[in-house]
Design a protein around this ligand. Structure first.
Ligand SMILES: *Cc1c(COP(=O)(O)O)cnc(C)c1O
Length: 475
């Protein structure tokens, strides 16, 4: 019977694992970026039952190569341009490993004070790096994802809007949440989970060209709902929509929220981190004046392994009022003293990982300078790409690309809209099957567009140039 892995064994296998990851980083470009495995293939390569007797760790590593790797899509590949990036980096991986090594569960300050206090300090650092308002200092928390941040914001907003009644007595009456057609689907999911109901998620029209929320339409819709007896709970403004990185007019939306007493949540999941660069600080316009909560994902573009979402709230009392619950077995002196933050009151689950370690490692390794350089590289490569596309008469490029995402499509002269869309999707399938690059798509203004999101740490000029050459050649 195998016992616990001894520290000596851990040292030996740990070095092998680190070597394995370093080798992977060195040869990542040689893998086909998108896994070509068929549904069930990986499953079929795995035994149906768990082993009765412990196995050698060498066998685990061998199966990783043999069974698992064919089913991996290589998100850190320099040719990965789909969705948004999910950056990994050396310091983040090591920070995550340290977190695993400590095996801390940081639900309360008392269950590991450093887990809470490092998170507070690191999020204050990040708020400073992004130029976020002073009132967010000491009011940041790491969530697993922007989706959780949205849910937390909605329950805090409900608490505020109902004077705490929502959590106590349940939601009585009609409560509404406002999004646009371009808002991330996690908002509707959060509204469903929070008991607001999908029918009370009101979709505000967007400007047809810019795809940004129309504040006048928002104002009118809220007024109409209020007249019909609804309570407007929360408005979500997006800075950098998932589809095309459109930026909602936060100042104008914020003014509408203030007029109607609605909570303003700013979802800057992808683009918020761009504010590390002074020239991109405009993404924060309106946040200082109006945002009740603000969320961005260092796990997308800021070199921090998934999962790491940063959420700040202006009104901590609504948040903890909505989420604090104290069973006897969690009572402790530190919490009772009121001198400490217990982050379990800032999130849905009780338990929490020591995620701050990886973000702290990243910020210390790169410094503000290194983080800016990374974002600037993505922005510059996207600008180059957009220029090449604009110069090619066979293609059309959307002219909004302030970050790392470029949306474009072949013109397919002489085809109907539907034929063109089908041809665009077929082109994408062909390209993605090549193994050299991975694009995704969206629909904007009724047409299918290809999305090329640049931002993997390994992606350089030559990879973008090669990708563009391949796209043209595949037409
Ligand atoms: C990616 C994205 C989300 C969801 O992010 P997760 O952290 O994966 O939950 C939410 N909103 C926007 C605008 C996004 O781009």
């Amino acid at each position: 019977m195998a016992g616990h892995m001894t520290p000596e064994e851990f040292r030996r296998y740990g070095k092998q694992v680190i070597d394995w990851i370093a080798d992977y980083q060195e040869k990542i470009a040689s893998y086909p970026v998108l896994s070509a495995t068929r549904p069930g293939e990986i499953l079929a390569g795995l035994p149906e039952a768990a082993p009765e007797r412990g196995e050698a760790f060498e066998d685990v590593l061998a199966d990783l190569e043999r069974v698992i790797m064919p089913g991996v899509t290589h998100w850190q590949h320099p040719g990965f341009f789909a969705y948004f990036p999910a950056n990994a980096s050396g310091p983040a991986i090591l920070g995550d490993l340290l977190s695993a090594g400590l095996g801390v569960q940081g639900m309360l300050w008392a269950t590991s004070p450093a887990c809470t206090e490092l998170e507070m300090r690191t999020l204050d650092w990040l708020a400073g790096l992004l130029g976020l308002p002073e009132r967010f200092r000491g009011a940041g928390v790491i969530q697993d994802s922007a989706s959780s941040a949205a849910l937390v914001a909605i329950v805090a907003a409900l608490h505020r809007a109902t004077g705490g009644a929502a959590g106590r007595d349940g939601i009585g009456g009609r409560h509404t949440v406002y999004v646009s057609s371009e808002t991330h689907s996690s908002l509707e999911k959060a509204a469903r989970v929070a008991g607001i109901g999908a029918a009370n998620v009101r979709v505000v029209d967007v400007d047809p060209a810019a795809l940004t929320m129309d504040p006048a339409r928002l104002d009118a819709l809220i007024a109409e709902d209020v007249a019909a007896g609804a309570v407007p709970v929360l408005v979500c403004a997006t800075v950098g929509t998932t589809s095309t990185t459109a930026v909602d007019p936060v100042p104008a939306i914020g003014a509408v929220c203030r007029r109607h007493g609605a909570w303003l949540h700013v979802d800057a999941a992808y683009a918020g981190v761009a504010a590390v660069c002074p020239e991109l600080r405009w993404v924060n316009d309106g946040v200082a004046e109006y945002a009740d909560s603000y969320a961005t994902d260092p796990h997308k573009w800021l070199l921090t392994n998934f999962d790491c979402n940063a959420l700040w709230v202006a009104d901590r009392d609504s948040l903890t009022g909505a989420l604090s619950i104290l069973p006897e077995y969690l009572r402790n002196q530190a919490s009772a003293s009121g001198e400490v933050v217990d982050y379990r009151d800032w999130q849905i689950p009780l338990g929490r990982r020591f995620r701050a370690l990886k973000l702290w490692s990243v910020i210390r390794w790169y410094g503000a300078e290194g983080l800016r350089e990374h974002v600037r590289t993505g922005v510059r490569l996207a600008k180059d790409l957009a220029g090449w596309i604009a110069d090619d008469a066979a293609f059309e490029v959307r002219d909004h690309h302030p970050f790392g995402l470029v949306c474009f499509r072949p013109r397919w002269e002489g085809r109907t809209g539907e034929e063109a869309d089908a041809a665009t999707l077929a082109l994408m399938e062909r390209l993605n099957a090549s193994g050299d690059l991975y694009l995704s798509h969206t629909r904007a203004g009724g047409r299918v567009w290809l999305r090329m999101a640049i931002g993997a740490p390994a992606t350089r000029d030559e990879h973008v140039r090669e990708a563009w050459a391949r796209i043209r050649a595949a037409l």
